[in-house]
Structures are given as structure tokens and as C-alpha cells.
Design a protein around this ligand. Sequence first.
Ligand code: DON
Length: 553
Amino acid sequence: MLKNFTLILLIVLFILTSQLIAQAIPVEGKKMLISAPSPYAVEAGKKIIKKGGNVVDVATVVGLTLAVTNPYFAAFGGGGFAMVKVGNNPVDVLDFRETAPLKTHPQYYLDKKPEASQNGGTAVAVPGVAAGIYELHKKYGKLSWKELFSEPIQLAEDGFNVSGEWTARTEISVSRFNPKGAQHFLKNQKAYQAGELLKQKPLSSFLKMYKRQGPKAFYTGPVANDIVKTVKDTGGDLSLQDLNDYKVRWLKPLTHNFKGYVVYLMPPPSSGGVVLKTALSLIDQLKLENLESMSVDELHLMGEILNRSFRGRALLGDPDFHENPLEKLLSKNYIGDMAKSINLTKAKQLKPLSDKNLNESNETTHYSILDDQGNSVSITVTLNGNYGSAVVSEKFGIALNNEMDDFTTHPGEANMYGLVQGKGNYVQARKRPLSSMSPTLVEKDGKVILSLGAPGGPTIISGVLQVIYNSLVRNMDIDRAIQSPRVHHQFLPNVLYIDEWRLQPATKKGLLTKGHVLEEKAFIGRVNAVRLKNNGALEAAFDSRGEGAVGGY
Ligand code: DON
């Protein structure tokens, strides 16, 4: 009897894992494709495509599903950005990033423990996911809101088999969780093991309320009370008023003409667009395409380009609170000076830009959906760190972000991504912290042909840049464009990060000879992307640097 049971269990596990492995192959399609970090989300999305949903309906169900299956980076306690193109509407940007609670201010962290912006209630900013998903669907969705909930509710209520990544990410958070919140993700004080069934009944009851009432179900009533109480019990200052007052905002993308394409980029409060626009200009000016692909020279210049492009990041902040010097940073003069400062033989470090005269006024994920008509949604969401602050709301099991660490909490000191940030990003009540998240769309002849983005803190920008470059300049198919080795430089520290294991010893030696300080990194962004090819077929791939799935029709 026991033997039979073990055999059945083994067969079930084999089928499950072989399905996951099968999903790792990039796919082609004719109608609409999804690239996302979980096969459950892709399967849920496929059902909505079959029902006649548009890209936004699909993005909605993908987002709701990820909040159930991938809470460490996609829970309702996080925030994000969406870039969307539907029909004849211009490309639109939705900012549902978290905001600083009313009680916080520029000196808030100075008298607290060093990790106060990373762990516990003091790290939690007002979440934006529940408002963001709803607003995006309200403006651009086609199917009714209520039609999109059956899959996510079922996965929360009846359970889903946790993945290897789920277990690994949960295991490393066990000691950080607040004990009352931890019960939602642990069994006998331990993380569920890969393949085990996790049911989240309290989360499913939130989803049912959210289905009926929209974001009110999150920002008022029992869920809001649960969040406020949990944050208070873990030392934070988030109030009911903070939640009641949360608002998303629509922004206009930055644009950049690049080799016959129009690239739509994230404006502040993301630094992604400014850095990417600078980098794409420098790629053009330095004529990178004349070098051999993946050669020492090309990787060296890519590193120097990123270094110069990140230099201006420290001057940026939330545009509602800070005057961003975009004219200066994106001027021909400044970018021309940056191009002149780069030299093919030797790496060079410039002085930081001063922000003295400016007016004061990680964990993440990405999913992209693109159809054959060039309609697309590109969404990056985050809790910042793995399970964010590791504070999980006691009753409903909602993991809460530690996005406060993205602010300049201690001037002159690096944050958890090694970023040294400026005055424009000081903590202020209701302000959004500066981000690197870069959901991006690329258009050709008026049609979106590439939809991409990534997690990875500042390495997001480098990942997105190199996939755009590989795809548009080096004409790689989307899978190769994603899997190819890449580099990252963020100006400070003066280190050229290289993909762990992916570069030849001779290439590393060549980069060292040019004067780079090298450090290997487990991942430089984990890109999810869908591309519409010249022949009208769609292709989707996800990054082998992490879990993911692709699918569609
Ligand atoms: O907004 C940002 O730039 C960061 N909070 C993103 C963090 C992140 O990508 C972590 N992912 N691995």
C-alpha cells in the first residue's frame, strides 16, 4: 500500500516537474504571448486569452495569480510600474509605486537601527499593487473585472504546489518573518518543500472581497486594519489614513529614437528611463555595432557606457517633490561629454555629479504580454527585498514591502543595492522612492514589437539595455538575447559586475587588462520578454537566471 502510494507520488512529482521543465523552452505564437515568472500565472493568462481577453485582461490575471503563487516579490503588499499600449491610444504609464507614510521625514532613519529601512514595520511603505491592478484594468481592460478572479481564487483556496524557488526564498526569510505572519507560509516552523501544496484561505477571502469591491477591499476595512495593526506591532508607523489616501498616477513615458525604432522608457520616479536613454545614445555615438559581439572591447564599452549613464541617477527623485534635472542629464552637451570621456583601451572613473545646487522641492518581478497587433502590457512589481520587510499581515497573510530602503535614508551611504543616492530622494511623507524598475516597450512603424523588463534592483537597467541591444542591433532571437552574458556598472561602486560563470577566462583577463575591477554576480537582471518578429510571428522567452514560464497562442 505504502509502496503504491510512494510510486504514485513519484509519478505525480515527475509529471509536475517535467511540465515545469517543458515550460522553460521559449515559445512562438501567432495571437498573444505571455512571459512571466510562474507557470501558474501563464496558464491562468492563457485561459483569459481563450475567453477573448485583451492584453490588459491577461496582465490582470497574471498579476492576481502571482500575488498568490509568488508572494516574495508580487504580493499585494508591494508596488510597481506598468507600461501599456492598447489600440490607437498612445503608450501610457501607470505608477503604482509605494509611498512614504505620513509620519516619515528626511531624518526618520537617522536615530534608528541601521536595518530599520529593510526589516520590520519601519521599512514598510504604503502598498500600491491593489490600486494599480484595478486602475489598469478599469482604463484598458475588455472583459469584466469579476471574470478574472476564478483562477487566482482557486489557487489560493485549493492550493498550489510550491516551486523550488518558492521554498528557497521562503527558507531564507524564516528568521526574518514576524511570528504571527509567518504561519501563512510555514508548516511546523519550516518552509513548505518544493512540490507541497500550499493553501492560503485568508488570502482567498481577501481576493473575494477585492473581486466585489475593488481596491476599497484593501485600503479600508478589515484588510487595512490588519495591515496597520501588523505594521504597528512590528514597530512601524503606517496609519489607516495612509492606506485610505493612497493614489496611483498616470505618467507619460520618456521616448528615444534608436536605429529606426522608438523606445518607450520609464520616467521618474524610475531612474530607468533616464539611464537607458543616456546609454542608448552612447551606444549610438560610440558605434558599438562595429565591434565583435561579446568581445572584450564590446563588453568594456558597455560597462563604461553603463558607468556614465548611472552617474546622473543620484540627482533624481519623485517628480512631485523634486525638480529632476532631465534637461541637463539628457542634453547633447552632457551626453557628448560622457561619450568623449570613454576610451577603448582603459576604464576610467569620473567624479560624482554634485547635487548641492538642486532645489529640494529586492525582490521584484516582471511580466510582459504582447499580441500580434502590437498591443502590449509590460509590468514590473516589487516588494523590494525578498518578502520585502518580512512583515506579513497577521490575518490575511499579505507580505509587505521594504520599499523605504529605496529612499536616501542615510545620506552618503549605500543602500541594500549598493546605490549611493542624492538629496532629491530624501524621505518625505507621501513621496515615492526612486526606482530602477524599467518596464519598456519598443515600437517599429507605429506597432509595439518588443515588450520587456526585469527584476534586479539597479541591474534591471543593465539587463534591459543589453537585451534591447542584442535584439535590435545584434539581431539575436529573443531567447538568445536574454540568455547571453551581460555586464553591469552603476557608477558607484567602481566595479564592473559580470555574469557569474558566463564569461570565458580570456574575456575576464581582457577586461582586467583594461583596468576594470571585476566582480561576478549571480544575475544581472532576470529578463522576461515577448517580441513580434518581422514575419508577424510572436516569440517569448524568460531568463534562465531564475524560474519562469512562457505561453500563449
Ligand atoms: O524599485 C527598485 O528599484 C527596487 N525596489 C527593485 C528591487 C528589485 O528589483 C529586487 N529584485 N531582485
